[in-house]
Write a protein that binds this ligand. Structure first.
Ligand SMILES: O=P(O)(O)OC[C@H]1O[C@H](OP(=O)(O)OP(=O)(O)O)[C@H](O)[C@@H]1O
Ligand SMILES: Nc1ncnc2[nH]cnc12
Length: 182
């Protein structure tokens, strides 16, 4: 992809993100990615850029792992493009069968992340995906789950990174690739 094509895609994506003050609680500036999904070119741009990044940086990825709920909007599309599978990390209590879970904090509350025991294989190389990185609590919990399952995290992908909350620091040594930064 040329630099010009990349710039054009990034512009279209950033124009498709809205901000809502004081949602879901006072003091939070909520970055809403819903308009990306309403615009097929913007959604395709997200997947194009993620696909190129993964092909260039994580050639040996075996599975895309997406985070509840907005990671599910992008993850399966990317996995299809790459010709690999997709696994779900869900909020606690949603998945049947044997599961493993990890508790975590996020920008506006607490939650527990869960994965089915057989979702990823020991030694499998995975890339994690979500819509947004804020404090890093959610992606960090997913990294913990991968560790418990002895899967190897190659890196994390997000559409939006809230730089001032330093989520990327919490995820070290894992890397974060983001498309739009605030
Ligand atoms: O970096 P953090 O501080 O952990 O915050 C980021 C997470 O918060 C949001 O999800 P949320 O838990 O609100 O759930 P949803 O996707 O189901 O709306 C967002 O989609 C990320 O998953
Ligand atoms: N500011 C924010 N906007 C959208 N999703 C979020 N998840 C955590 N913080 C968020």
């Amino acid at each position: 992809m040329t630099d010009g094509a990349k710039e054009e895609k990034l512009k279209r994506i950033s124009e498709s993100i809205r901000a809502f003050p004081d949602f879901p609680t006072k003091g939070i500036l909520f970055r809403d990615i819903c308009p990306i999904l309403k615009d097929p070119k913007s959604l395709a741009a997200v997947i194009d850029l993620f696909e190129e990044y993964v092909r260039q940086n994580h050639q040996d990825v075996g599975m895309i792992v997406g985070l509840d709920a907005r990671g599910f909007l992008f993850g399966p599309l990317l996995a299809q493009r790459l010709g690999i599978g997709f696994a779900l990390v869900r909020k606690r209590g949603k998945l049947p069968g044997p599961t493993v879970s990890v508790a975590y904090d996020l920008e506006y509350g607490k939650a527990e992340a869960e994965i089915q025991e057989d979702a990823v294989a020991p030694g499998q190389k995975v890339v994690l995906i979500d819509d947004l990185l804020a404090t890093g609590g959610t992606l960090n919990a997913a990294c913990e789950l991968m560790k418990k399952q002895q899967a190897h995290v190659l890196g994390c992908l997000v559409v939006v990174e809230m730089k001032d909350l330093n989520g990327a620091d919490k995820l070290k040594p894992h890397t974060v690739f983001s498309l739009v930064q605030y």
